[in-house]
Write a protein that binds this ligand. Structure first.
Ligand SMILES: Nc1ncnc2c1ncn2[C@@H]1O[C@H](COP(=O)(O)OP(=O)(O)OP(=O)(O)O)[C@@H](O)[C@H]1O
Ligand SMILES: O=P(O)(O)OC[C@H]1O[C@H](OP(=O)(O)OP(=O)(O)O)[C@H](O)[C@@H]1O
Ligand SMILES: [Mg+2]
Length: 285
């Protein structure tokens, strides 16, 4: 039986959450220390631990069938590689930044300037689309130091909390793209392997939906049930069970995590009591 080959970052920002996601999908990995390739024990999957920067080429060549990778890197090095699922972690943006004392009004201020970056394709494309001509200096890490050592007038790099920019006396002036970890697929994947990918994707979707939701249980006075039900739509509609006390019911439902606190406030105001909130491991719709 064929196996789906998936690339996961060997070490770095994506590594832990990528493996946690596979684990949450019920996939257990036979992972000896320092192995570059590992087998899943209970799923047709082979995991290749690779350098992030090398993954787009492995996808293009079909050395791996799919990968967990940052969207930003696909944009930089992975033309023609399809994204089948956004994974919701490693959220960041790729931005242009200049020294705090640079009087920046618009992208035109970068005309003729030197820009240091590890993302030359992304930067060049952004500049070309705006008719700006700048001199790109490609460096592989610690890009934010470049303006302070006189190597560049601006930088283009990943920004998340903004603390690296702040520590280096830089300010973000243009957000070029938003990024998060995604499941990307090789254009050379075979039909047989694509079937396994579909199974993996189905599991991932169930896990992601579960992560985005909470299971809510509460007690409601029967004369307030209609109002409480209208606040809680649930997957289909809420489950209502009678309590030993004839005047009360137990109401169970699923709430989107983003709306959660607001919904809880509304439920309390509507007369709900004993509200319990539980995580959901997986959700299959
Ligand atoms: N500060 C950050 N916050 C959130 N996500 C980030 C951050 N920095 C990087 N990322 C995301 O994580 C990915 C991996 O970043 P990381 O720094 O671990 O690897 P790398 O240095 O690009 O690669 P390599 O594995 O080749 O050394 C990036 O491509 C980006 O999508
Ligand atoms: O906005 P912040 O939260 O400060 O994050 C941004 C920093 O994180 C990344 O570096 P990383 O720590 O991955 O180091 P690296 O350059 O060695 O990859 C990125 O290259 C920025 O330098
Ligand atoms: Mg990094």
């Amino acid at each position: 039986m064929k196996k789906l080959k998936i690339a996961v970052q060997k070490s770095g920002r994506l590594h832990d959450e990528s493996l946690a996601l596979l684990k949450d999908c019920g996939i257990s990995i036979d992972n000896g220390r320092d192995q570059l390739k590992a087998q899943a024990k209970n799923f047709s999957l082979e995991i290749y631990y690779l350098r992030n920067g090398d993954i787009p080429q492995y996808l293009k060549d079909g050395v791996v069938d799919c990968a967990i990778i940052g969207e930003n890197l696909l944009f930089e090095k992975g033309e023609n590689i399809a994204v089948v699922e956004k994974l919701g972690f490693s959220k960041c943006r790729v931005s242009l930044a200049v020294s705090k004392i640079f009087e920046y009004d618009s992208i035109k201020d970068l005309n003729g300037k030197r820009i240091a970056t590890s993302y030359p394709v992304t930067t060049q494309k952004y500049l070309d689309e705006r008719g700006i001509s700048a001199d790109l200096h490609i460096i592989n890490g610690s890009v934010e130091i470049a303006p302070n050592i006189g190597l560049a007038d601006a930088i283009c790099d990943i920004v998340s909390s903004g603390s690296t920019l702040f520590k280096n006396n830089l300010k973000e002036v243009e957000v070029m793209m938003q990024s998060e970890a995604v499941l990307a697929v090789s254009p050379r994947i075979s039909e047989e392997t694509a079937t396994i990918l579909n199974k993996l994707q189905f599991r991932i979707q169930s896990v992601l939906k579960g992560r985005a939701s909470r299971y809510v249980l509460l007690n409601a006075p029967n004369n307030k049930l209609d109002e409480i039900i209208s606040i809680l739509p649930g997957m289909k509609s809420p489950t209502i069970l009678p309590l030993a006390d004839d005047n009360w019911s137990s109401v169970h439902s699923v709430v989107n995590q983003d709306e959660f606190w607001e919904v809880i406030d509304q439920l309390k105001n509507a007369g709900a009591e004993g509200i319990l909130v539980c995580p959901i491991e997986k959700m299959v719709l």
